[in-house]
Design a protein around this ligand. Structure first.
Ligand code: UD1
Length: 366
């Protein structure tokens, strides 16, 4: 089977690494390659610390095609990708196109493939925030509705699709990010703690990049104030800053509060060390919410809703939005030791999601 995998943004590199490893394992046990995977990098993320470093560190096969699309408005960025991916599909004639998650790269690849009648495999299908103002929500709904294989990470994702009338090709395989965490946990680069002069469970890790927070100056100022409160109540805050957020802080003259230490986006193995040793995590990222859960670290999500409701249901994750007042009770509970999440639930599968995906793809192709 010739599989064209399209990636473009940081969270997709992590997931692609796990699936590529499962494909290599599968091929390794048979004469000849059962799946020949070629990677297309759209170039949505182009900064070395959002892209290149992941390919090196996670040993992702080098992209066969690099489209170099870069930044732009949603229409411009997605449109340029659509055209470029269409050309690759026409040339390469894959048996299927595989996409991850909910970024503009996901939407462009799914649409390009579906219109050329090439089956689409969507990993992380069925997630919903029910907030159509998020570009990611539009992307995931559209991608799901043109996909042939819908690989869901949870039971709820299957249910979300059923409510939209999408039933054929839907499978709950578990979450490839959980597979990834089981693999990478022991490889975490703990040296980063000494470099940043922080100690275990004495700091808070923060990430902020979601458009709804960065592109609204009032929300961004609120989020920064929340981080300042966290620093006051819990100790130093390490903020791994996405370039988009850095640019908006400068544009809107919003200061980083005292006690908040800004670092560049961390390479993945450093990120795992920073997450695992944190006292708590403040984030608006989807992936980081789950990684905090896997590593049993309480998470405050700087959004009004989450797609990963299972983490909220066991009180491992509290939604605090962008207003400091709303975050206060959770920060106080942490400071007083009154927040006791239940990390015993296992809603994200058994760590074999990637294997299940490979099996289904091969069955479908046979
Ligand atoms: C994208 C995804 C988001 C995902 C996130 C992970 C969409 C709609 N959003 O958001 O779902 O959680 O990636 O990081 O696809 N920029 C750089 N360097 C880069 C890439 C981006 O400076 O390498 C800056 C540019 O100013 C750009 C802005 O970030 O305009 C936004 O980038 P974009 O790719 O549109 O979305 P992300 O915010 O990264």
């Amino acid at each position: 089977m010739n599989l064209l995998t399209v990636v473009g943004a940081r969270p997709q590199f992590v997931k692609a690494a796990t699936l590529s490893r499962a494909i290599a394992r599968h091929n390794g046990s048979r004469p000849g390659a059962a799946i020949v995977e070629k990677i297309v990098h759209t170039g949505q993320h182009y900064d070395a610390n959002l892209s290149e470093v992941f390919f090196q560190e996670l040993e992702i096969p080098a992209p066969a095609f690099h489209l170099g699309i870069g930044s732009g408005s949603h229409g411009a960025q997605t449109g340029r990708m659509l055209e470029a991916i269409e050309a690759v599909i026409e040339d390469d004639k894959p048996d299927a196109v595989l996409v991850y998650g909910d970024t503009n790269s996901t939407l462009a690849a799914a649409l390009a493939a579906a219109k050329l009648h090439v089956p689409v495999a969507h990993v992380e299908a069925g997630l919903r925030s029910f907030n159509r103002r998020m570009p990611e929500e539009i992307n995931r709904v559209m991608a799901d509705h043109v996909s042939t294989w819908l690989f869901c990470p949870t039971r709820l994702a299957v249910e979300n699709l059923r409510k939209e009338g999408v039933i054929a090709g839907v499978e709950n395989v578990g979450d490839v990010m959980y597979d990834g965490m089981l693999h990478y946990r022991s490889m975490a680069n703990e040296a980063v703690l000494a470099t940043l002069e922080i100690t275990r469970k004495a700091y808070v890790l923060a990430t902020v990049h979601r458009a709804e927070n960065t592109d609204d100056p009032q929300r961004l100022a609120g989020v920064m104030e929340t981080l300042g409160q966290a620093a006051l109540k819990l100790g130093r805050v390490v903020l791994a800053l996405h370039p988009r957020t850095r640019a908006r802080l400068i544009e809107h003259s919003i200061d980083v509060p005292a006690g908040v230490h800004v670092i560049n986006p961390a390479p993945y193995l450093e990120m795992i060390a920073l997450l695992a040793n944190a006292r708590a995590v403040l984030t608006d990222s989807g992936g980081v919410q789950k990684e905090a859960f896997f590593l049993e670290v309480p998470c405050l999500t700087l959004r009004d809703e989450t797609e990963w409701v299972e983490t909220r249901d066991c009180d491992a994750n509290r939604l605090v939005g962008s207003e400091p007042l709303r975050a206060r009770p959770a920060l106080d509970a942490l400071a007083n030791g009154d927040w006791k999440p239940d990390f015993s639930a296992r809603p994200y599968g058994s760590g074999k999601a990637a294997e299940a995906i490979v099996d289904t793809l091969l069955k479908g192709h046979a």
